[in-house]
Ligand binder design. Structure first.
Ligand code: C5P
Length: 218
């Protein structure tokens, strides 16, 4: 087919989503933020007071959940939830929730469906290894823990959140651990992914490298 799928995976705070958004804009593809989907589920659980131990209720909730992307918005059951899911509390619950098989099954099915209709840039943790195993292009984007913590801290501080850099770093280390040690589709580099260490690089530089790889390989 003429559809192109670009998978971008990596740990929290490596700059994946900004880079993926840039690449999608330049190549005129759709951008799908799979982390936002796990966050949306976490947000809904928190809002409805559903704990991850309550599988029966969670299953019911999942059957009754709609997630959509439109014009750069993330929409949960008709409600735009963009900024509401970008809090440390939701980061934590999203990471916990993402280890549950029912949640992954539902979201992975949605993600594959989205990639069937159009050319996409999809970012997450398991896109190259699981969701789009046969993607035309795969990237694994990393950065040192200290740099990722600094970027996340800056992002939160700019939003007016009073938070300690040490706390942000501790959260990132915890989330890396959760994401790479869970049994179901843990975070890891796909064998055929191009690895990019973004420590010390600007978003523009990383975006350019990705575009170059795509040009060479097509
Ligand atoms: O990328 P982001 O930080 O928004 O993702 C939130 C959480 O969702 C991650 O910590 C991870 O646990 C989970 N996630 C996942 N698989 C993906 C994307 C995100 O498990 N493809």
């Amino acid at each position: 087919t003429d559809k192109i799928r670009i998978a971008i995976d990596g740990p929290s705070g490596a700059g994946k989503s900004t880079i993926a958004k840039n690449v999608a804009r330049i190549l005129r593809m759709d951008y799908i933020d799979t982390g936002a989907m796990y966050r949306a589920i976490g947000y809904k659980m928190l809002k409805n007071n559903i704990s991850i131990d309550n599988l029966e209720t969670l299953r019911h909730m999942l059957g009754d959940t709609e997630i959509d992307f439109s014009d750069g918005n993330i929409i949960l059951d008709g409600e735009v939830i963009n900024e509401r899911i970008r809090t440390p509390e939701i980061s934590k619950i999203a990471s916990d929730t993402s280890a549950i098989s029912e949640v992954r099954e539902k979201l992975v099915a949605l993600q594959r469906n989205m990639a069937q209709r159009k050319s996409v840039v999809m970012d997450g943790r398991d896109i190259g290894t699981n969701v789009l195993k046969d993607a035309e292009f795969k990237f694994y984007v990393t950065a040192s823990t200290a740099e990722r913590a600094r970027r996340r801290w800056l992002e939160l501080t700019e939003k007016g959140e009073a938070i300690d850099l040490k706390q942000v770093e501790a959260d990132i280390i915890q989330r890396d651990h959760n994401d790479s040690t869970r049994k179901l589709n843990p975070l890891r580099k796909a064998e055929d992914a191009v690895e990019l260490d973004t420590t010390g690089l600007t978003i523009e530089e990383v975006t350019q490298r990705i575009l170059e790889v795509i040009k060479w390989q097509s």
